[in-house]
Design a protein around this ligand. Structure first.
Ligand code: ATP
Length: 357
């Protein structure tokens, strides 16, 4: 439904997007996630048709809408837009707000189509109300009804939940995701909030340093980051140093030895040679609290998170710290030690940069 091929875009001499590639299938929800100023909104606006691209192509449903030599105007791209502030007209009823984008229809049909879409987002009884009398989540649904009423091929949402209270944000994101999925709409969202991206998207593009660093499912991004940048950007991560062991006779496996044990490298990770120095990615959920374990680590910091406590731990005879997410009934103070075990599904490592002692 959406294909972005090697997109390049600059503001004057300032390159903002460099060879960006992403593709969304019909009914899929994608997300562009990245640090402030990395070009997320610019990419969304380029898809919507508000910027001329310098190189590369954008296809919507197999039709090229933008390239170096082609610029289809925004109204011809069949896109529904939802903005950060919802952009509802406060002096207009919900019905009039949703009817606003339906100028192409005869007046008699406009009201019917608008009402149908207000029903689709579950706000049938609010058609005559004004935006100011609705909750943030309800206003968000009005903005979505307005975006989908012209029956777009693609919906683009720019930080659509950022004006909601933090507690409401994830709940509304999940509701809107269910709504978009139920309606079978293909959508692309921009956010800088990882939890929102995880809750909302089937696939996420990590945009940084002008490039798409990885375009993948939330699970893959977390568990199989393709670069150290993505590993650090997504979730919480620490690294421990390791070294590739001599290959055992008769074994095809490649192992890395670390202070937390030896681990087999699989898939592309196995492309390492004996003696290679590596930094092994350790997620907080890879470290399990286990009283009976002979390996003890000391608490240097702790953050209470209700059901869990995030511990920062010092490993014995090691300068490196690791994070451990333990159920909060394992309640330890700073300076205390407890047993840990590494429970890692498959190892991700990168060439060593951390200092060794
Ligand atoms: N119209 C413009 N003219 C010149 N430079 C611009 C323009 N719009 C954005 N920029 C610059 O392009 C870069 C990318 O901006 P953009 O708004 O796309 O980033 P973003 O990732 O959406 O940021 P944020 O998360 O802070 O909203 C920034 O350095 C910004 O200053």
């Amino acid at each position: 439904m959406l294909s972005i091929d090697n997109l390049n875009l600059a503001y004057g001499d300032t390159q903002v997007l460099n060879d960006v590639c992403i593709a969304l299938g019909s009914g899929e929800i994608g997300c562009i996630l990245g640090p402030s100023g990395c070009g997320k909104t610019t990419l969304l606006q380029a898809i919507a048709g508000f910027h001329q691209v310098q190189a590369g192509k954008i296809f919507i449903k197999d039709a090229c809408v933008a390239s170096e030599n082609l610029h289809l105007s925004p109204d011809k791209r069949g896109i529904g837009l939802v903005f950060q502030d919802f952009a509802l007209f406060p002096h207009m009823s919900v019905l009039d707000n949703v009817s606003y984008g339906l100028h192409h229809l005869p007046k008699s049909e406009r009201k019917l189509v608008a009402l149908e879409n207000i029903e689709r987002v579950g706000l049938g009884e609010y058609a005559d109300k004004f935006p100011g009398s609705l909750s943030g989540g309800q206003q968000q649904r009005v903005a979505i009804a307005r975006a989908i009423a012209p029956n777009p091929q693609l919906m683009l949402l720019d930080e659509p939940f950022s004006s909601l209270d933090p507690e409401l944000r994830e709940k509304v994101a999940v509701e809107v995701r269910e709504l978009i999925k139920r309606l079978g709409i293909t959508a692309l969202l921009v956010t800088h909030d990882q939890q929102e991206a995880f809750a909302f998207a089937d696939k996420i593009a990590i945009l940084a340093e002008h490039k798409c660093q990885q375009w993948d499912t939330p699970y893959q991004l977390y568990h199989e980051p393709s670069s150290r940048f993505v590993a650090n950007f997504i979730g919480e991560s620490t690294f421990i140093s390791g070294e590739v062991m001599p290959q055992e006779a008769g074994s095809a496996s490649v192992y890395v030895n670390t202070q937390l044990g030896r681990f087999a490298l699989s898939g592309p990770q196995a492309d390492k040679n004996e003696g290679d120095k590596l930094d092994v990615l350790v997620r907080p959920d890879d470290i399990v609290h286990e009283d009976s374990s002979p390996l003890k680590a000391t608490v240097v910091d702790r953050r209470f998170r209700g059901a869990h406590i995030m511990y920062r731990l010092q490993l014995p005879n090691f300068s490196e710290h690791v994070l451990c997410l333990a159920p909060s009934h394992h309640d330890h103070s700073i300076g205390e030690s407890f047993g840990i075990r590494m429970s890692i599904d498959h190892v991700i490592c990168f060439p060593a940069t951390i200092s060794r002692n």
